[in-house]
Design a binder for this molecule. Sequence first.
Ligand code: ZN
Length: 288
Amino acid sequence: MKACHNDSLARPGVFRHCLGVVSRIRIGAVVVTALAAALGGVAPARAAPRPTAVERALEASGFYAGKTMVEVAFTGRQAHRPLGARTLRIGAHGFDVAELELALAWQGFPSGGIDGRFGPELRSALIRFQRAAALRPDGVAGKTTFARLRRPPRSSPIPLGWPLLLQVGDRFGPRSSRFHAGIDLPAPAGTAVTASAAGKVTWAAPRGSWGNLVTVDHGRGVRTMYAHLAAIDVKVGDWVAGGTVLGRVGSTGDATGPHLHFEVRVDGAAIDPLQALVRLPAADLQPG
Ligand SMILES: [Zn+2]
């Protein structure tokens, strides 16, 4: 356990937490095996880490067994309530709130930082999840919402092609104190980025931390997003075939170096792109 160093949040007998306490990301053996299969053995074999407290709690309550990878340091005297043991609403804080944040993120609705505090961002993500799940969008997590969160996340109804034939860097999942809603494909600046499938361009301009972003709507609720581009070669309204060049790899927006950040949305939920991309032999994926 790492200590939380943000003492401004510390009060006697109160759950103490801060963004810096989510100290490590660890990839579970199940996920590594699945990725290795998806990438034809590209993913390096790693020993199974011991499950964290959050992982154990999520497994015990039926949430995404083996797929939660964040270790949340926890101090204070509150019990580790399992997710679902109480109704959660804005103002709540605790271990189960961190579990709710993770469960929502795996369902495709990340709420910003994973900090165990039920603030406006978490409420808004919960409402988006409830709407997508056809539940009453009240922003309160009760029995019905918990039951829905236990279901498997959405999957893409159409197969998608790789926008770049390069090995994956950061994957979909918890990253530091946040949740990475796509995959990163590191590549030299200027590398062509191609459409994963046929569709209509619905965004082709800068957009916040994504930098220069292209979004393609493929129908059936599926959209793909190509971020941090150095240059954009299409415009909104264009119909593109799968394999059409959309732009060039860059590092615009919130990027530390040239790479493609690639997201897949199904009915608004961010899904793991590796579950939707066609499987390729390792030899077809070049190091970035
Ligand atoms: Zn990324």
